[in-house]
Structures are given as C-alpha cells and as structure tokens.
Design a protein around this ligand. Structure first.
Ligand code: ATP
Ligand code: MG
Length: 326
C-alpha cells in the first residue's frame, strides 16, 4: 500500500505520518517511510536526534544511481540522462519491492528502530527553490516518484510518504501514485482551502482522498470540518500530550499514546487497507504514461533532446505478477 500525507504547512503532516508509521511498526507491518516534504522533519519525528537526522543520505544525491538501477536493461531507456522523473518502467526495467534489499535502499534508506519494529527511512534531502519547479530535471521529489513508479507493493506492506501538496506533484502526476491520500487539515479556512484544491485535482484521476482533522479541540471545530468537507472527513485528532513529550525529545513508549489517537490511527489503517480491493494496476500504469507524455511534451523532450514518448512500452502493465527484469 502506498499512502501519502499532504496538507497545508504546519497542519501536522509530519506528526501524523510519524504516528501512523509508529502504529504500523507496532503492529508488525513492514514500512518504508519517505520524507518528501519541503521541511525535512520526518526523521526527527521518528525519534532521530539532530546528528542522526543530518547523517541520513539524501535521495536527491543519488538520483543517477536510482535511474541507472531502475532502467536495468530496458532497451527503450538508452541512458540515465534521458530518464526524467516520469519515465515509466517497461520490459527490462528493475522493479522495487517493499521487503527486499536492493541498491536503492542500500544507498538511500536507513533503518529506524521504533517500539515494536524497525522501519526503513528514506529522505529526499532539503529542497532548494529550483527543486520546486514543475519542470525540474534534477527534482528531489523526482527520485521519490521514480521509485513509486517502479514499486510493486502488496497488501500488508506500506510505503508512507510525508509530502507537500505543491503544484509539482500535480504536474508530475505524483499525486496519483497512492492508494490513499490523507489530507491533514486544521479546522481553519486555510486548512480547508488546501483540501478543496486537492479534491479538484484528485477528482479527474480517481484519487482516494480522505481528510484527517488535526488539532481539533471541541464540538465547534468538529462541526466546522464536517460542514466544510462532509463525508470526506475520516477522523479527527486532538491535541496530543504524547506528541508534545516527543517534541521535547522525551518520547514515552508508543503504547502510552492517548486512546482516542490510537483509535484514529487504527481508522487510518483500515481506510487505507480497504482501498486494496480497488487497486487497479492498469489504471496506475495508464496514468503513469499519461503524465509522462504530458511532461515529455511540456519540457522533457526539449530538455533531453530525445523523443521521450518512445520510452513507453505499450505492452507493459506494472503489477505483482511482473517479475523484475535484468
Ligand atoms: N495532534 C497534535 N498534538 C500536539 N501537537 C501537534 C499535533 N499535531 C501537530 N502538532 C505540532 O504542530 C507543529 C506542526 O506539526 P508538523 O510539523 O507535523 O506539521 P507539518 O504539516 O508537517 O508542517 P510543515 O509544513 O512545516 O512540514 C509541530 O510542532 C507538532 O508537534
Ligand atoms: Mg512536515
């Protein structure tokens, strides 16, 4: 399962991603955690101290390795130079799995021990202004997108991405890469406006989007969110003393998380798991191709000097039955 947390800056994306990751780990589920947010805080939210977080390898620094690994022996992708963030896999490409060792994880993932289990953490590295450009060839989120597009994941294994709701994720198609997108919203007009914008983009692509209310303090907050987002509101999370203690660098045992918040995390997992039966690899592949062609036309062909439409393998459908090439 691929799950994204998006929302307005400061809404609690990182906090809720980290709680959800801890919840999955405590239940024994395999997890790859990905920090693709502008503000790189997921490592800290998972309990790493400053020097540990600073020592994490940045996916953006390994873009060439990622591209070279993933293209494998795919004859349609002549070199890493012509591989852009939307280049889809085809016959000969190497695919990634959640539970395996591979050169991409060796270079970019680090284990983080949590109560009940160890997860893999990958981080894009801090963004520069250039990374936020829609057309950016070296984009750091591009490294994440390439990995998602080459990932074959099953039920009961999770990739959780802490992400921005920025325009580059809409342009590249990254927002369509998830089984479930949790939009974290505080009960404020700004929090809800990000939801409206996301919903607009999501509608045309069948993106499963649910709202997680955060910092919800009472009936008035709840009424506001219900009125603004209706049935898309999945659960709400209140102020958490556990989170506060964690922020002070003294995380209590995860089992001590407030009961109401634990129930909310369970509801998130159930909602994500329930999407699995609607998993449609053909649509997933089709959307990958759609956004690749769009990016090829708007900047990729010019940038690489190649006709990137030729990278598409017309007979290829990503899926659990596809065996890794090369
Ligand atoms: N439910 C909560 N209880 C207590 N504190 C919270 C809660 N949710 C978020 N916070 C606090 O609010 C602040 C912002 O949260 P967080 O960093 O998770 O937001 P974000 O959306 O990831 O922000 P950014 O856009 O900067 O990445 C943090 O200090 C966090 O500890
Ligand atoms: Mg954050």
């Amino acid at each position: 399962m691929k799950i994204a947390f998006v929302g307005k800056g400061g809404s609690g994306k990182t906090t809720l991603s980290s709680l959800f990751i801890r919840h999955l780990a405590a239940e024994g589920a395999p997890v790859v955690a990905v920090d693709a947010d502008i503000n790189q805080h997921l490592g800290a939210a998972l309990g790493l101290d400053e020097s540990e977080a600073a020592a994490l390898p940045a996916m953006g620094d390994h873009l060439l390795l990622i591209k070279d690994h993933l293209r494998g022996t795919n004859p349609r992708i002549a070199s890493a130079d012509t591989m852009i963030k939307t280049t889809p896999p085809g016959e000969g490409s190497r695919l990634l799995r959640v539970q395996e060792d591979n050169p991409v994880y060796d270079a970019c993932a680090r284990p983080v021990a949590l109560d009940g289990g160890t997860v893999r953490l990958m981080v894009t590295g801090p963004f520069t202004d250039a990374d936020l450009g829609v057309a950016c060839y070296h984009s750091k989120t591009g490294a994440v997108e390439l990995c998602l597009n080459h990932l074959v994941d099953g039920p009961d294994e999770y990739v959780v991405v802490d992400m921005t709701a920025g325009s580059d994720s809409f342009a590249s198609g990254m927002f369509t890469r998830f089984d479930m997108t949790f939009l974290v919203a505080e009960p404020t007009r700004k929090g809800v406006s990000v939801y409206r914008q996301y919903k607009e983009y999501a509608r045309d692509f069948g993106v499963a989007l649910r709202v997680v209310g955060n910092k919800v303090q009472g009936p008035d907050d709840l009424d506001f969110l219900r009125a603004e987002v209706g049935d898309d509101l999945l659960v709400t999370v209140g102020h958490s003393d556990w989170v506060r203690a964690m922020e002070k660098g003294r995380p209590p045992r995860f089992a001590a998380l407030e009961e109401s918040n634990r129930l909310a995390l369970r509801a998130l997992r159930e909602a994500a798991d329930a999407t699995y039966e609607r998993r449609d690899w053909e649509r997933y592949t089709r959307q990958m191709v759609h956004f690749h062609l769009k990016n090829a036309r708007s900047w990729g062909n010019e940038r690489t000097g190649a006709d990137l439409a030729a990278q598409i393998d017309p007979g290829f459908v990503l899926g659990e039955s596809v065996t890794a090439g090369a």
